[in-house]
Design a protein around this ligand. Structure first.
Ligand code: ADP
Ligand code: ZN
Length: 590
């Protein structure tokens, strides 16, 4: 019993509950005030015969003729007599008058008391609703945004993501010693955008950044700025920056920044205007603070393409750090970080778990260990065993499958073959940019990616380079065809085909690279091209496809070695790609 009381007390201590209680108390008060009025109608009812007798005895002082009957006031009480209006004879009225009673007729069904009670209830309800609205809005505002100083998180807690961490080192240096930067007049970043899928550690990295730099940390979400009342969102933006300046040096983290930062549509509705004024306020605030204030804003989003370009201009979020899903090594490292405080059975192999969890984010992996710990505890074990981890993995995969994020082993192999094809062609085609890395981890819409880096900026692109790009673009589909056969090729090459068609079209119509068409510009945008032009575009793409296919057929061993390496490591660096190709084949492009 005392436990229940203690619980209730604890609940009441929470502010939101106290506010709800206040609102409820008001509602009860409103009811208490209006109920007597409502009850006033509930007078005793008497039979017509009794009324008739009372009237005869001269005890009736007043009758009021109303709908459904008569209200009757006797010497000491008020009663009601039900009389159908058709039966209300003039005789009754005359009798009452003769007996010295006052007779009044009511016009409508509602009397003054009822009207008053109705109005009062209405006012009360409106007052309660207004109170609720105000509370809903100002309650979070009162302690929003909450700043944390002495953030305990460190970069050590973030596994993998080495590139992102390296890129953010400068931000730490700046935050921890803004004056030094100021003295030499260095231009300091104001805003950094972290781009990547959910659960990959963006919040964690931002927090660790504040922890490493030893500055205050304020985290808000873009959705905090969708307030029910006009002008609130805008004032919250100002409030956020005002607090940050007071707390400087300080790091502001805005999660889901697309919620406030998406492209302005210029629509005329009130909601559009409200949205634009909020975004404008954010831009004004970002321009307003001087970099020496020691405030840095980090925004997180999964989609840069929906952001308003104004947000990405210099002096705003002009730096982007990509945070991707972890590869095998990254997953193992994340598992190791989260397993620090767990008791694992000696037979548990984190590397094996990392291999069996493609497509898992850092959050999924941390979740996996936690689920495994729960399974172990349920089994009454003191250590987490292999079976528990296996069961936890299956449970999480089911959740991922529902979000259709799980890649089947067949699909994974297909992606590996496709990407290996691109990588192989890039390695062996003279004139191609060097391979930087190849991966079968999904990036945005793509299931895999071969990244190439140009050695220098190019303004004049030779035909040889264009053809190399076409061969590399066709390499994905060509590998699928060579390995699986023409009936097994997939839709995975759609963007490669679009890209290749685009290059070939420009070669023919703009750059004078087709001997048949010659050095003239053909066609205007929106018009279809003459037949010969279409034929030339087709010829170029088909020839480059044949070249890609030949490259893959001639170097099948290298392709297979690349596929194996991709399946094993998921991401391989450019040097490793070249080493594998070199080992498998004796020749390598200059
Ligand atoms: P995001 O902000 O990208 O959605 P979070 O930072 O909220 O992701 O990550 C959620 C949780 O997942 C973290 O608190 C952490 O436990 C775990 N996590 C994600 N990425 C990593 C990582 N690289 N290293 C360690 N833990 C991670
Ligand atoms: Zn491709």
């Amino acid at each position: 019993m005392s436990g229940v009381i203690e619980k209730a007390r604890r609940l009441l201590r929470r502010k939101s509950v106290a506010i709800t209680a206040a609102v409820l108390a008001l509602a009860v008060l409103a009811a208490a005030v209006s109920v007597p009025f409502l009850l006033s109608k509930n007078v005793d009812e008497i039979a017509y015969s009794d009324f008739s007798r009372e009237l005869g005895a001269g005890k009736v002082r007043k009758i009021q003729v109303q709908e459904g009957g008569l209200s009757v006031w006797t010497e000491d009480q008020q009663v009601f007599v039900r009389v159908p209006s058709t039966h209300l004879s003039a005789q009754t009225v005359d009798r009452a008058t003769a007996a010295g009673a006052q007779v009044v007729f009511q016009k409508s069904g509602i009397d003054a008391a009822h009207a008053a009670s109705f109005v009062i209830s209405l006012i009360m309800v409106a007052a309660v609703l207004a109170l609720v609205a105000v509370q809903v809005d100002f309650k979070p505002n009162a302690r929003w945004p909450r700043a944390v100083s002495n953030v305990p998180d460190r970069f050590d807690d973030v596994a993998g993501q080495e590139e992102a961490k390296a890129e953010l080192q400068e931000v730490i240096a700046f935050l921890s010693n803004a004056q030094a930067f100021e003295k030499v007049g260095a231009r300091i970043p104001k805003g950094v955008l972290m781009v990547g899928p959910p659960g990959t550690g963006k919040t964690l990295i931002a927090k660790a950044l504040a922890g490493e730099a030893g500055v205050s940390f304020m985290a808000v979400s873009g959705s905090d700025f969708s307030a029910p009342l006009i002008g609130i969102a805008k004032s919250r933006v100002s409030k956020l920056f005002e607090q940050a300046r007071r707390r400087a040096p300080c790091l502001i983290f805005i999660d889901e920044i697309d919620a406030i930062g998406r492209k302005r549509g210029g629509g005329g509705s009130a909601a559009d205007r409200e949205f634009e004024s909020t975004l404008n306020q954010l831009l004004v605030e970002m321009d307003g603070f001087n970099t020496t204030a020691g405030v840095i804003v980090i925004g997180a989003t999964n989609r840069v393409d929906v952001l308003d370009p104004a947000l990405l201009r210099p002096g705003r979020f002009d730096r982007q750090v990509h945070i991707g899903l972890p590869d095998i090594t990254g997953r193992e490292a994340i598992l190791a970080v989260h397993a620090r405080n767990l008791k694992l059975a000696p037979n548990v192999d984190l590397a094996a778990i990392a291999r069996g969890t493609p497509g898992f984010s850092g959050a999924d992996l941390s979740n996996l260990l936690n689920e495994a710990a729960i399974f172990a505890a349920r089994d009454g074990m003191v250590e987490i065993g292999r079976d528990h981890l296996e069961a936890a993995r299956n449970k999480i995969i089911m959740g991922l499958e529902r979000r259709s994020l799980v890649i089947s082993p067949e699909e994974r192999r297909l992606v590996a073959v496709h990407e290996a094809g691109h990588a192989l062609c890039a390695c062996l085609t003279p004139g191609s940019d060097k391979v930087h890395s190849a991966t079968i981890i999904p990036h945005g819409q793509a299931l895999g990616l071969v990244m190439r880096l140009p050695e220098k900026d190019r303004y004049c692109i030779p035909v040889e380079k264009l053809e190399a790009d076409l061969i590399v673009a066709m390499g994905g589909r060509a590998a699928e065809e060579v390995v699986f056969g023409p009936r097994k090729v997939t839709t995975g090459a759609a963007s490669d085909i679009a890209h290749a068609t685009n290059i070939a079209t420009r070669m023919v119509t703009e750059w004078g690279m087709s001997p048949v068409i010659g050095m003239v510009k053909v066609g205007r945008s929106g018009e279809s091209y003459p037949r010969e032009v279409e034929q030339e575009i087709r010829r170029i793409v088909e020839e480059m496809y044949a070249a890609a296919k030949a490259c893959i057929e001639d170097n099948r061993k290298a392709l297979d070695a690349l596929v194996d390496a991709l399946l094993e490591h998921e991401t391989i660096e450019g040097d490793e790609v070249r080493r594998i190709v070199c080992l498998s084949e004796r020749r390598l492009a200059a």
